[in-house]
Design a protein around this ligand. Structure first.
Ligand SMILES: [Zn+2]
Length: 466
């Protein structure tokens, strides 16, 4: 059995062209890509010329919250995170290890692999392994991919000082490690800042980077820097180490691409949606990140999907419980906004929970990048399909021992997984709460209209219509 999909194909290495993707349903792989009209087969489905057909997209940075403790499953679970991914156009996601019981041992890793196998979701979910001061690699270099929190964010997996970092990474020579980078002593010294960006200023990222780079060079760590938030000086530092032969790739999150501090200055209530670690910075940094992603300095569009509840995002309002008895944090905020606007806005810039849900809107973010920032379909294919595929492909056989992924994700070529993401760049989508699949049930983009839509997703040859 085969399925033939026809339309404008958008690969990472050439301009879009009209073609057909023939997918073998038994294997779930692309059997052939046909580009000669004369050789076209009878299609099972033709996507209109308003659409681009990408190799299935992937998000390398999500938090799914589920683990054997069950403590955070009111926020998210593998099932709903994967539903949100599919809704956003992603066919594979990689989950971070900072669950209540961090994924740092073979036993815990096995629990997650068993759980993911059990839910049999069409979205392929992979797991990072966590690193802290007491951990050692779970295999030879290249067998797993790891996450290290250099600086405290959410959860308990944290490394604070460069001396500690050196001692730990000496055990991970040649391994693949993704880093959260914020230098904790600067974060602590900035604790009195007015806004989240003042409390986590550019130097805490750049100083963390300055300390990290010599260590990753020394131990030949294959490095991915997560949710990069600063341009300028940090780009120069990274380039200098790349020039010395270091293997360093970067992620950028939609939050840092779509928001900057000029927006939160104009409307401080935005902080309730966009507080994240590392913090958003000035418009210049945002522009550098957009440019960096477009030009290839940054490799991955990765969301850092962090499904916290709205109640948690509004936690700064809990201190008014006596003034507004019996109300939730959100209700207190609403009541205070009417009663005392100034105090409401002042509270919005206080410390809330960092992180926001993004998986549902992955494809929409791609449409923004194309329509507002001049990304070509080829650029989108590179940052959303090809590069994420290159990252996960070596790990698929180990994480999914009973599934044949062929050459893996990320390319519209024979032998790759027959999974496709189809974006319609003429259809608009308004982000509404009722359409979200994430369990936490809100989005920082609610009410905004994106200049595109996820038209459909194909998983191993099967069309999953929206
Ligand atoms: Zn994260």
């Amino acid at each position: 059995m085969k399925k033939v999909y026809e339309g404008i194909l958008a690969p990472h290495d050439r301009a879009p062209f009209r073609g057909q993707v023939v997918i073998d349903l038994e294997r779930g792989h692309i059997e052939e890509v046909v580009e000669q009209n004369t050789a076209f087969k009878t299609p099972d489905h033709v996507f209109s010329d308003d659409c681009f057909i990408f190799a299935g997209m992937g998000d390398l940075h999500i938090h799914a919250r589920e683990d054997e403790t069950g403590e955070q499953m009111h926020k998210e679970m593998y099932q709903c995170a994967a539903d949100a991914a599919l809704s956003g156009g992603c066919v594979h996601v990689s989950a971070m290890p900072n669950t209540p019981a961090p994924v740092t041992t073979n036993e815990r890793y096995a629990w997650h692999r068993a759980r993911i196998a059990e839910i049999k979701h069409p979205v392929s979910i992979l797991n990072y392994i966590g690193i802290d001061s007491s951990t050692s690699p779970l295999g030879a270099p290249g067998e797993h991919f790891y996450k290290l929190y250099f600086g405290k964010s959410v959860g308990d997996l944290t490394v604070t000082y460069a001396s500690e970092l050196d001692a730990i990474l000496s055990r991970y020579r040649g391994h693949h490690v993704s880093f959260h980078v914020e230098y904790e002593p600067i974060v602590q010294a900035s604790a009195g800042g007015r806004t989240h960006s003042d409390r986590r200023p550019v130097p805490c990222v750049n100083e963390g980077l300055r300390l990290l780079l010599p260590i990753i060079e020394k131990y030949e760590i294959k490095t991915k820097l997560c949710h990069w938030s600063t341009g300028g000086e940090s780009f120069e530092l990274i380039q200098a180490y790349r020039d010395r032969g270091c293997d360093i790739t970067l992620e950028v999150s939609p939050l840092h691409l779509l928001f900057d501090t000029s927006m939160t200055d104009a409307d401080p209530s935005l902080w309730l949606k966009v507080q994240m670690n590392p913090a958003i910075q000035s418009p210049e940094h945002r522009a550098a990140l957009i440019q960096g992603l477009k030009e290839g300095f940054i490799q991955y569009l990765a969301t850092d999907h962090a499904p916290h509840t709205e109640e948690e995002k509004y936690q700064a309002f809990a201190k008014y419980k006596d003034e507004f008895p019996g109300k939730t944090n959100i209700e207190i905020a609403q009541a205070l906004a009417e009663k005392d606007k100034e105090r409401y806005l002042a509270t919005c810039v206080e410390n809330g929970m960092s992180g926001a849900p993004w998986l549902d809107t992955y494809g929409l973010v791609c449409s923004w990048l194309m329509s507002e920032h001049g990304f070509t379909p080829q650029d989108i294919a590179r940052v959303a399909s090809y590069n994420p595929g290159q990252f996960v492909n070596p790990h698929l056989p180990r994480q999914f021992p009973t599934t044949d992924f062929g050459k893996g994700f990320g390319e519209l070529k024979a032998g790759y997984v027959g999974s496709l993401t189809i974006l319609n760049t003429k259809k608009q989508t308004t982000v509404e709460r009722t359409n979200l699949k994430t369990k936490c049930g809100w989005s920082p983009l609610e009410g905004r209209t994106a200049p595109g839509a996820v038209e459909a997703v194909v998983v191993r040859g099967e069309l999953i219509s929206r």
